[in-house]
Design a protein around this ligand. Structure first.
Ligand code: KIV
Length: 258
């Protein structure tokens, strides 16, 4: 797949669905790259990779480490850095951290969560040459404040949040945990691509967390996740077979010995 740019991603709206998937390391980024338009180094890695209960303790250092790995594994991919909680609380903090992303990695864009109150921060970043993807609806970084992960249904607020972020300069928007009819209305009211996660089919593209999509993350499965592979079962069976073969002396055999 040809490397996407902000311009080609925007031009896809209304013509071709955009495919986005998270990636956290070089090995899997390389496997995913040929099939997706964008790779997101999501702070969801703090849950599935670091084993933490939510995304809030992800740090800039952690996200930079994983982003460098993804960029190395998939140099031809459009890579998006997910700004961790607390890294974009005001304009200067956000810009200093976004500059670190551009200087220390080859990521193409950053993503930040938040509604219209984040518009001045987005504007400031865009004015300084940073490509910004917005993220509205269900905000995982607000999980403790909200008391859980809840579908969002306030139509007027979501529409004005989306408009404010578009005007501030986001090149695309993630819409998470929103009923399909509302996601349709938001998508059709904007000229930038809307990428859905738990937002139905009538959006400009989809994103999933790779470990959910491959059935590796077993703790819980939100309704919107489709498991394209029973990854956890496949991995467990393989490791069990390996362990059995080591125990009973079947591995290594002649074929796997020097
Ligand atoms: O962190 C992440 O993986 C995300 C996706 C759920 C969009 O933000």
């Amino acid at each position: 797949m040809k490397k996407q740019t902000v311009r080609t991603i925007q031009k896809a709206k209304g013509k071709e669905k955009l495919v986005m998937l998270t990636a956290y390391d070089a090995l899997f980024a390389k496997l995913f790259a040929p099939y997706v338009d964008m790779l997101l180094v999501g702070d969801s890695l703090n849950m599935s990779f670091a084993g933490r209960p939510d995304t809030l303790s992800a740090t800039m250092e952690q996200m930079l480490y994983h982003t460098k790995a993804v960029c190395a594994g998939a140099p031809e991919s459009f890579v998006i850095f997910d700004m961790p909680y607390g890294s974009y609380t005001d304009e200067s903090t956000a810009l200093a951290n976004a500059i670190r992303v551009y200087q220390e990695t080859t990521a193409d864009a950053i993503k930040l969560e938040g509604s219209q109150e984040k518009a001045p921060i987005v504007h400031h970043l865009v004015q300084n040459g940073i490509a910004v993807m917005g993220h509205i609806g269900l905000l995982p970084q607000h999980v403790r404040g909200e008391g859980g992960y809840k579908v969002v249904g306030d139509k007027e607020k979501l529409l004005s949040d989306a408009k404010a972020l578009e005007e501030a300069g986001v090149f695309a928007l993630i819409l998470e945990g929103v009923k399909a009819d509302l996601a349709h209305d938001i998508t059709h009211s904007l000229s930038i691509p809307v990428i859905g996660i738990g937002a139905g089919a009538d959006v400009d593209g989809q994103v999933l967390v790779w470990s959910d999509m491959l059935g590796l993350f077993e703790e819980f499965k939100p309704k919107f996740v489709k498991r394209y592979c029973d990854g956890a079962r496949l991995v467990k069976e393989a490791v069990q077979r390996y362990a059995q073969e080591v125990k009973n002396g079947q591995f290594p055999d002649e074929e796997h010995s020097y």
